[in-house]
Design a protein around this ligand. Sequence first.
Ligand code: C2E
Ligand code: CA
Ligand code: CA
Length: 398
Amino acid sequence: MSLAGLSILLVEDHGFQRRLGLRLLGDLGLTALHEAADGFQALDLLRGLPSPPDVVLVDLDMPGMDGVEFIGIVAQDRLAHSIVVVSAMEPALLHTVQVMAKASGLRVLGCIEKPLTPGKLTTVLSLYEADPSAGSVAADIEITLEQAREALSRGEIVPYFQPQAEFGNGKIIGVEALARWRLPDGRMVAPGVFVPVMEAGGLIDELTSLMLVQSCAWWKRWQARGLDLKISVNVSAHNLTGPEVADKYEAVLREHGLSPEQVVLEITESSVMSDTARGLGMLARLRLKGFGLSVDDFGTGYSSLSQLSQIPFTELKIDRGFVSGAPTQPRKRAMIETSLDLARKLELKVVAEGVETIEEWQLLAGLGCNYAQGYLISPPVPGEQVPDAIQRWRQTHH
Ligand code: C2E
Ligand code: CA
Ligand code: CA
């Protein structure tokens, strides 16, 4: 779908700003436009539409029903496919709203700070098109262990891949594998829903193995097309319980013609730090075999320099909560600078997660971060779309 084909609802209490927004959207070629002056009007309109609009652009600060409440209802009643938050508010607040909406299963394309411009609108709306699973993410459904087990055995769980680019030259050097559950009706279930169920129910080894095996199979196909990519796979602390893990993972790789040097295992900061000596021993063995080890969601746990230095990590991933909005928020920027300092001292490479804007890219590049991952480069895509996603990024990045 092209940008012009998107249907949009603009919710904005300020008459002039609303007209301006509609004019800019019209100038971009969009014709399926709806408007509402407050949350109540917007909900009435949404409930009356034959199908939900692709994108709701909503102002956060509105009298009557504020944007936060409005987004909550839209998410709960599935009244839209995705939202864009428009605001002149503090970025920390924008981030909170984003997290909230995402947690309730609504896709957040991004936040735009006022004033609206054609550039900002194009950037954020093109994200809708960029994700093939747009509008079909079912994040709020509850699943049982039995359903999770069946999904695994029926092959409904597949990896999507999100490229990582080098800041220096923009080159794509690797991809992170992210689990997706494709429901028979075509909707996608986000890993936030089923990973915890699998962890609790003893299915996580099966998931991790599946992700490794399928990632290796894709790696071979990309390799045949001349793409040399590292693969990052998420590992849960629950995976690191038996002594055979390191041998098992290595065997999977060798079977597909990969070596551990081409694979990075990501493990969240919070789970590493609460880990036992056994878990640490497992990480050491994986590192000895040559696997890269990454601290995921860095900044959200409570690791100290000494804890981090005791584990043989090779990489640190700055949590996207710190990346998003960093250009205008000194606190986030300070957090990023501190992480980069730490990484330099421990000789770790640093990946910034959730890079969505040029401004974020430029800031991180300037601070000496190594790699970027995020919607600016590409959303996670199915394996067959990886070469195209890389090609698209090459064309836009100069
Ligand atoms: P994560 O490892 O931190 O993965 C990054 C998440 O950020 C992904 O969400 C990705 O789709 C999203 N993301 C990437 N770029 C952007 C961006 O520019 N902006 C925003 N707002 N988000 C972005 P996803 O795929 O829903 O995965 C959620 C979490 O589920 C992952 O967080 C990871 O912790 C877990 N997970 C995913 N796959 C697996 C798996 O195979 N095994 C295990 N154990 N956990 C997994
Ligand atoms: Ca990860
Ligand atoms: Ca992360």
